[in-house]
Design a protein. Structure first.
Length: 192
């Protein structure tokens, strides 16, 4: 491996490789040697960008949490003009456009968070931002603060629980089930 190839990789490339490895093999798989081998470079480039493995892990958590928080805020605004349209847009986005690697990374972060305070704090920041965003949309629909928070929790639980299901249903049956869930999650004062 030549020096030029090693130098071409930025810190963000190492972070992306670390997150991919986390999703594929868990936190134990995120090792400098493994990442360098997967990237086809020497370990030297790593140490020009990070002090040590923990520094990389902190950068991974920061990148993941900042990215997830920005994504939910952007996605919540892109779904339509009204709060109801934006809620429906989020449901469609997360049920019709599943991102297998994104879900694997999410699960890897959450598994890691069971044994690491920094990972737990990052997951908690993301959860809080997601719930805050969806709660705001329900408040715009006229729900009380308590009802909006409860509905946001159900909404969030549905989206991520749905992503974990092994779906053997036909596309038509699946679409009907999602439509029924969407009606339940977006019905406010008898209007869906």
């Amino acid at each position: 491996m030549n020096q030029k190839a090693t130098d071409e990789y930025a810190a963000q490339d190492w972070v992306a490789a670390g997150l991919a490895e986390l999703g594929a093999n868990g936190i134990a798989g995120v090792r400098v040697e493994v990442l360098a081998e997967r990237m086809g470079i020497t370990k030297g480039g790593f140490y020009r960008r990070f002090r040590d493995r923990r520094d990389l892990l902190e950068a991974m958590l920061s990148s993941w949490s900042d990215g997830r928080i920005a994504a939910i805020e952007r996605q919540a605004e892109a779904g339509g003009a009204t709060a109801l349209e934006r809620l429906r847009g989020l449901i469609r986005l997360y049920t019709e456009h599943a991102n297998a690697q994104g879900m694997a990374i999410e699960l890897g972060i959450r598994q890691w968070a069971r044994t690491d305070d920094a990972a737990a704090a990052a997951a908690a920041r993301v959860d809080a931002a997601r719930l805050r965003t969806v709660t705001r949309l329900y408040r715009e629909l006229g729900l009380s603060a308590a009802d909006a928070e409860g509905r946001a929790t159900l909404f969030y639980s549905f989206l991520f629980g749905h992503g974990l299901l092994f779906d053997n249903d036909s596309p038509r049956k699946r679409a009907k089930a999602i439509a029924a869930c969407m009606r339940t999650l977006t019905e406010v004062d008898g209007q869906a």
